[in-house]
Design a protein. Structure first.
Length: 240
């Protein structure tokens, strides 16, 4: 594979075997920065397993590499990760500030707040339509609010690679639209590699630059129109 000229994620013959089951088979991918690449597939296709393999949480064969602007392989890259959901007890006293402050300062959060830290966090949260949530308790956030805060946390500091695993599961329609517009803006304002698992095919058609149809192996990959019009897609999503 040739370098894309900026930085990118490459998977070389990645396979995952758990017990006697082949979960992923010989995945080869080149995911570019500055684009929104979305992984789709039926339940059990290996979508979350692929993200966890990239994160190094699951043993795999093959190789995961990240290349820099000069095309050379880069180690110790910064990775941001947004999970499907985060279980937070409704009675937890921790606030959004308490969660984010340790990401930008080693100053103990139990001491009086520093104006500089508060200002920095409000400014960052404003990019995610969440500045007003800084003092809100985590357990009092709606599903959409929590996912926006998690996205803000995943990009603080700015990562080289941003991975999102079905990040809007359980979020209402209003929250969905806000989250998707933020993702689109983030893509257009940065050169990070963004890879997201999604089951929302309308979102994929509207916002994705590239789509990966996965079914343990890589079925088809390319722009939304190419993937959605493929026989592999029609077979996997016959009712869509």
């Amino acid at each position: 594979m040739e370098s894309c000229g900026l930085h990118c994620l490459k998977l070389h013959h990645l396979s995952v075997i758990l017990g006697d089951s082949l979960i992923l088979k010989d995945i080869n991918l080149h995911v570019h920065c500055g684009e929104l690449t979305v992984i789709i597939g039926k339940n059990g296709a290996g979508k979350s397993t692929l993200l966890k393999s990239i994160l190094g949480e699951i043993n795999h064969t093959g190789k995961v590499t990240f290349t820099g602007h000069d095309g050379a392989e880069v180690e110790n890259i910064k990775i941001g990760y947004v999970p499907q959901s985060l279980s937070v007890d409704s009675g937890t006293p921790a606030t959004v500030y308490d969660m984010l402050a340790p990401l930008v300062s080693k100053y103990p959060i139990f001491l009086p707040r520093r104006a500089k830290t508060v200002s920095r966090l409000r400014s960052h949260l404003s990019e995610f339509n969440a500045a007003h949530l800084l003092d809100k308790k985590l357990g009092q956030l709606s599903g959409g609010e929590l996912q926006r805060v998690l996205l803000a946390a995943a990009t603080l500091p700015k990562p080289d690679l941003l991975l999102l695993d079905e990040p809007v599961s359980g979020v209402d329609q209003s929250g969905l639209q806000i989250f998707y517009k933020i993702l689109d803006k983030l893509k257009n304002s940065s050169d990070m590699v963004i890879l997201i698992v999604s089951h929302d095919l309308d979102f994929v058609r509207r916002y994705a630059d590239n789509v990966i149809l996965l079914n343990r192996g890589l079925e088809v990959c390319g722009p939304p129109d190419k993937v959605f019009n493929s026989t592999e897609f029609l077979k996997a999503f016959a009712k869509y």
